[in-house]
Write a protein that binds this ligand. Sequence first.
Ligand SMILES: Cc1cc2nc3c(=O)[nH]c(=O)nc-3n(C[C@H](O)[C@H](O)[C@H](O)COP(=O)(O)OP(=O)(O)OC[C@H]3O[C@@H](n4cnc5c(N)ncnc54)[C@H](O)[C@@H]3O)c2cc1C
Length: 431
Amino acid sequence: MGGKWSNWSGGVSCKPRQILSPQNEIELAASIRNAEGPVRAPGSGHSFTPLCASDGAMVVLNAFRGLKATSREQGLATIFAATPLWAIGPALHAHGLALRNMGDIDRQTLAGVVATGTHGTGQTLGSLSSDVAGFRLILASGDVLNCTPSENAEIFLGGRVAVGILGVMTEISMALRPRYRLIEDNFLLAPEELFRRLDDLVSTNRHFEFFWFPHADVAVCKTLNETDKPAPAPRSAEFMRRRGERVGGEARVFAGINEILPTLPVLLKPAHGLFSRLMPNAASARWSHEIFPTARPVRFNEMEYAVPLARGADCIREIVAEIRHRKINTGFPLEFRTVAEDDIWLSPFYRRESATIAVHQYYKVDTSRLFDACEAIFRRYEGRPHWGKRHTRSREELTALYPAFERFRSLRRELDPGGKFLNPYLRSIFE
Ligand SMILES: Cc1cc2nc3c(=O)[nH]c(=O)nc-3n(C[C@H](O)[C@H](O)[C@H](O)COP(=O)(O)OP(=O)(O)OC[C@H]3O[C@@H](n4cnc5c(N)ncnc54)[C@H](O)[C@@H]3O)c2cc1C
């Protein structure tokens, strides 16, 4: 029984011949063994690249949700792979635990974020994939493997960022920390002052990032730091689910301006100045899983690259100069974050402390002018693309950018020699 599938931004869609909804690991293993490829298991479809597209079989993992086990002493939890992040925070909180870091939203599944190296910001904090302590993987053959640093260690090393092409994860063990509260501060800085203080802002805050509407004369800075101040009682998972889908009045205004900007470029500069000044300042303390994610109700497509941390400031300045010089129209800001290095073969942060720079474009606007201009600059800064976000890099280029790329490809061939998990896009990169 087939159906239609599309990703969050609407930029990727497909019609799988078969949609499978296994209810347990035995059924999942049988589904994968018997299905004709390409077999793709989407999370919540928040990737902008066609990682999940399939005209073969699509495996829906809704039965694999929830917390399986927690150990407060060890700071570990085993979580079913398709659990959405909005459900993980409240569940861990009840056990006195929390994820070490999170990104901008909580709509994704745990396996989805792990598979693409999804990250937040913080110089000493790695991506969510780097906090994986182990996982269970169903291979193309239907065999089930436990992968940890001591069991199937090669697959553990390569499999934490694997865009779902080594197998389908059913459970993931995450290294955690005791639950904690954060306090947020937002402030505007003129670019000269921002870049003068950047190293200090990055190193003295647990989390620092900035958003820069490229035609504006100021950047919006955001810090999050731990606090002992009391926080409101944590919200339920159901509240968190609904909160992330909320479309407020300000989002409607933002979407409305994005509708008219492409035909009224004269509004670019004033709109960017206004957007920057309207960013909220939320100074109250909240539990970490409630303060990290925000709602992103206005749809967009995105490109993001990780560049060496020391070159991040020059890179984003060059990008802004180029966008201004070419008068490129976009209603969205650039986002600058930092991520600690790791040892995961396909991670953009592999053995490299990084700055990430994200570029967004309203989902109804053609991305090529903006993304092509930015990608040309990212190339010069040895940028490594985010696997879930738009890029045009070839297999040869990726081999040069990711030192362990060939090692990953050879592991993939070993685990899935028939290429059952590869769709045409993935085949062009990884076969
Ligand atoms: C509004 C928005 C905000 C975002 N914010 C951030 C951010 O702050 N930081 C950041 O780094 N990224 C961010 N992203 C990107 C996003 O986190 C990634 O693309 C992530 O992969 C999406 O998770 P998902 O559950 O939607 O997975 P999908 O996009 O559905 O799938 C991603 C990959 O995961 C694989 N996968 C899913 N489940 C399994 C499984 N059980 N076993 C094996 N593989 C599996 C899929 O096969 C696919 O290859 C954002 C995206 C959007 C749309």
